[in-house]
Design a protein around this ligand. Structure first.
Ligand code: SF4
Length: 310
C-alpha cells in the first residue's frame, strides 16, 4: 500500500495469488519480501503468511524501530533475512518522520542491531550524500557490510550533483584499492558482479526481472512491480524498455543494469545523469582491476563471486 496509507493487505487475497503463482511455476524457487511502509506494524499478518507458506525464503526490509528480541527470535527461527532500512550519517536528512529525526534512536540501539545474525543495512544515496566512504565506515560499525543504492528516479540528479557523487564514489574505490584486506564494500560488489558474470560466463545480468521473476502484491492486486500499481497502462511498455537502442552502442551495455524500468518509461528513455554515474563506476572498476589484479585478497574475492554468483 502507499506509505501514507493506514490500510494493509488482505492476507487471504495474498495467499490466493501466491498459490496461483506456485501452481503456474511449480519448479521455481520462491522468495517473499515483506515491505511497506513499515512491515512490522502488521507483524500479525506476516506471521499468518509465514505459517501458511512453505519452502520459501523470506526477506524483510524494516526501519527496525519496532524490532524486539521476541520478534527477532521469531524472524530468525523462520528464516527471515532482516534488512535494516537505515541511512546512517544521512538518516536525518533522508528519512525525517515529520519533524522527528531518528538517527539517535539507531545509535542507542546499536548493540541490539550488532547482536543480530545475518542482517544487512540498506542505505539510499540521494543528492547531498557524497561522503560515501564515511558512511560506509559508519554503517560498518553496526556489524555489517552496508548495501548502498543510488536513487534512480527521474528529475533527481543534475550534472553538478552527479559530479559530486562521482567524486564520492572514487573515494570509496581508492580506499578499497589501498585496503584490499578489508571486505569489499557492497556498493562496489553490486556493480562488479555483472562484470564478473559476463567476463567469466558471457551471461548478461540485465534488468531487475520486473514482471518475470519479480511481482508485487500491492493494494490487494498482483502487479509487475509496486511502482506500476496505479498506472496499469504503463505495464505493456515494460518489454519495450528492457531493450533500448541507446544502450546497444554503449560501452558498458553488457554490465549495466540500466536503472529503473518504471522511471525510464516515465522519462521516455534512459536518464542521462544516471548513465554518467554508471559509466564513472565502471571506470573505477577498471582502475581497481588494473591495480589489484595480482593482489591475493582481491583474487580471492573474485573467485568467491564466481563460485557464488553463477
Ligand atoms: S550507461 Fe546508460 S546508455 Fe549505457 S547501458 Fe547503461 S543505461 Fe544504457
Amino acid at each position: 500500500v502507499n506509505k501514507q496509507s493506514k490500510e494493509s493487505i488482505d492476507v487471504d487475497s495474498f495467499l490466493n495469488e501466491y498459490h496461483n503463482q506456485r501452481n503456474l511455476h511449480p519448479t521455481e524457487s520462491f522468495k517473499i519480501d515483506f515491505y511497506g511502509g513499515e512491515p512490522l506494524i502488521y507483524f500479525d499478518k506476516i506471521k499468518q503468511i509465514i505459517e501458511s507458506t512453505n519452502d520459501v525464503k523470506y526477506f524483510m526490509p524494516t526501519n527496525g524501530l519496532l524490532l524486539t528480541a521476541d520478534i527477532l527470535s521469531y524472524l530468525q527461527t523462520h528464516n527471515v533475512d532482516v534488512s535494516l532500512s537505515y541511512d546512517g550519517l544521512w538518516q536525518d536528512d533522508n528519512r525525517p518522520q515529520g519533524k522527528r529525526y531518528t538517527n539517535d534512536l539507531y545509535v542507542k540501539r546499536k548493540d541490539f542491531f550488532r547482536s543480530m545474525d545475518n542482517f544487512t543495512i540498506h542505505c539510499m544515496i540521494n543528492p547531498g550524500n557524497y561522503n560515501i566512504l564515511d558512511n560506509h565506515k559508519y554503517l560498518t560499525d553496526y556489524g555489517t557490510n552496508p548495501d548502498m543504492t543510488i536513487i534512480e528516479d527521474r528529475n533527481v540528479w543534475t550534472s553538478k550533483s552527479v559530479e559530486l557523487l562521482n567524486t564520492g564514489i572514487t573515494e570509496l574505490f581508492d580506499w578499497y584499492i589501498s585496503n584490499p584486506t578489508e571486505p569489499l564494500p557492497n556498493f562496489i560488489r553490486c556493480y562488479l558482479m555483472p562484470v564478473i558474470v559476463y567476463k567469466s560466463k558471457r551471461v548478461v545480468v540485465g534488468d531487475c526481472g520486473v514482471g518475470v521473476n519479480h511481482l508485487s502484491f500491492s493494494d490487494n492486486k498482483l502487479v509487475p512491480c509496486n511502482r506500476f500499481k496505479d498506472e496499469p497502462e504503463l505495464i505493456p511498455k515494460i518489454e519495450e524498455y528492457k531493450h533500448l537502442s541507446t544502450c546497444d552502442t554503449c560501452e558498458i551495455n553488457k554490465y549495466c543494469r540500466k536503472g529503473c524500468i518504471y522511471e525510464n518509461i516515465k522519462h521516455g528513455g534512459v536518464i542521462a545523469e544516471l548513465c554518467d554515474v554508471y559509466k564513472h563506476v565502471h571506470l573505477c572498476i577498471n582502475d581497481m582491476i588494473d591495480k589489484l589484479n595480482t593482489n591475493k585478497h582481491f583474487i580471492g574475492v573474485i573467485e568467491e563471486m564466481v563460485r557464488n554468483e553463477l
